[in-house]
Design a protein around this ligand. Structure first.
Ligand code: PXP
Length: 237
């Protein structure tokens, strides 16, 4: 089974917003990433709109010919935007205004009652739904119970070198098969640490953003995406 690369272009918008100009354009970046081997594009519309804006969601949705994965907090505002934009997939993430990035996974167990109707509304509209969780067996069981269909395993602790984290991710990926959950992974992945994650046979998709946009400063976005994709495919082979 092969593995897909979703390129997150949020930080192209971060750079654009820093100067209040119209460039660099996240849609142009998304198209270049696709031309360079990305299998899909990911964007996160945060509550504070610090990078992606509402208009970007619709422009990227209409302007690419690959699946769009829309990361969103579990709020009614985001649900309504998702139902209007109709991305291929929504990844529900925890969100705190003060965090610099998504720190830790969703507490699916604790938020069971509030997540379930959002998952149901999205799925009823034909949108694939994933839940961004830590590689925790109980969170995986809860994710399957509320009918998500997909989980994205948070690789942030692994990327920070936490002991035993690769083994936890491998075990969580195996558990996905038992629970009939499609397994994705992401956060903090780069050229140096992607291979062991891409080699996990159950993992079907990686979502990678910050490193690729940073590496684009030196290599260009196209070559950075190409190199990431070939590292992933080599690890999987
Ligand atoms: N997956 C999810 C659910 C995320 O929230 C993020 C960060 O926005 C990523 C993947 C990508 O993480 P990074 O930017 O560290 O590659």
């Amino acid at each position: 089974m092969t593995i897909r690369l979703g390129v997150n272009v949020d930080h192209v918008a971060t750079l654009r917003n820093a100067r209040g100009e119209a460039y660099p354009d996240p849609l142009e970046a998304a198209r270049l990433a696709i031309a360079s081997g990305a299998d899909g594009i990911t964007i996160h519309l945060r509550e504070d709109r610090r990078h992606i804006r509402d208009s970007d969601v619709f422009l990227v949705r209409a302007g690419i010919d690959r699946p769009l994965n829309f990361e969103m907090a579990a709020t009614n505002e985001m649900l309504n935007i998702a139902l209007e934009a109709m991305p291929n997939a929504c990844c529900i993430v925890p969100e705190k205004r003060t965090e610099v990035t998504t720190e830790g996974g969703l507490d699916v167990i604790g938020q069971h009652n509030s997540l379930r109707p959002i998952v149901a509304r999205l799925r009823a509209a034909g949108i694939r739904v994933s839940l961004f969780i830590d590689p925790d067996p109980a969170q995986l069981v809860a994710s399957a119970e509320i009918g998500a269909g997909i989980v994205e395993l948070h690789t942030g602790a692994y990327a920070h070198g936490k002991d035993g984290e690769l083994a936890r991710l491998q075990a969580a990926a195996r558990q996905c098969t038992e629970l009939k959950l499609e397994c994705h992974a992401g956060h903090g992945l780069n050229f140096a640490n992607v291979a062991p994650i891409a080699a996990i046979p159950e993992v079907m998709e990686l979502n990678i953003g910050h490193f690729l946009i940073a590496q684009a400063v030196f290599d260009g976005l196209g070559p950075a995406v190409q190199q990431m994709k070939s590292l992933m495919l080599a690890a999987r082979a």
